[in-house]
Design a protein around this ligand. Structure first.
Ligand code: SF4
Length: 180
């Protein structure tokens, strides 16, 4: 079987889902026989070529994320929502209960900090935050979801192994399915 191309991307999330991905430990070597990781926060690839599978952590919180997830959808044969933030917005979506300006001020003006300059960050991505955080399936078609916060490493391995072997994963078939 020809090796597949695998990518993982981090949108509005805490990186915990990627930490769980790393928790598959030495089993990454089994996956490496089946796929090349062409883009991932822990490897060097910056561009997303056409890929067979992309795992996406986190929800859509800004124009930047919206642009990125649409590009990911275009480039990926199979798009997997990795973790509860991608599937339901979860922790990231907690800010939906408050006005955006209040959230921004709490995080960047009023939070305890060692920076007493009074300056607020003006990174363009921050200035284009959306009023509401949304899960991936509200803006693109999602082919498979891996729930959990963070998702269980055994489940991540199972799903990747099935998809890379051209099989449809069935989470109900996994014994000891642990949520999170
Ligand atoms: S699902 Fe949990 S672990 Fe994953 S990005 Fe969200 S908060 Fe972090």
């Amino acid at each position: 079987m020809q090796k597949k191309k695998l990518a993982t991307v981090w949108l509005g999330g805490c990186s915990g889902c990627h930490m769980s991905l790393l928790d598959i430990d030495e089993r990454i070597l089994e996956l490496a026989k089946l796929a090349d990781i062409v883009k991932c926060p822990v490897v060097d690839g910056k561009e997303l070529p056409e890929v067979d599978i992309t795992l996406v952590e986190g929800s859509v919180t800004s124009d930047e994320h919206l642009h990125e997830i649409k590009h990911i959808r275009k480039q990926s044969k199979i798009l997997v929502a990795l973790g509860d933030c991608a599937v339901t917005t979860n922790i990231t979506g907690m800010r939906n209960y408050f006005p955006l300006q209040e959230v921004f001020d709490t995080a960047y003006r009023n939070a305890v900090s060692n920076d007493h300059s009074g300056e607020v960050p003006n990174h363009p991505a921050l200035l284009r935050l959306h009023d509401k955080v949304v899960p991936l399936q509200e803006v693109v078609i999602v082919d498979f979801v891996i729930p959990g916060c963070p998702p269980n490493a055994d489940i991540i391995f199972y799903v990747l192994n099935e998809l890379l072997n051209d099989r449809q994963p069935n989470l109900a078939s996994v014994k000891k399915l642990k949520y999170g």
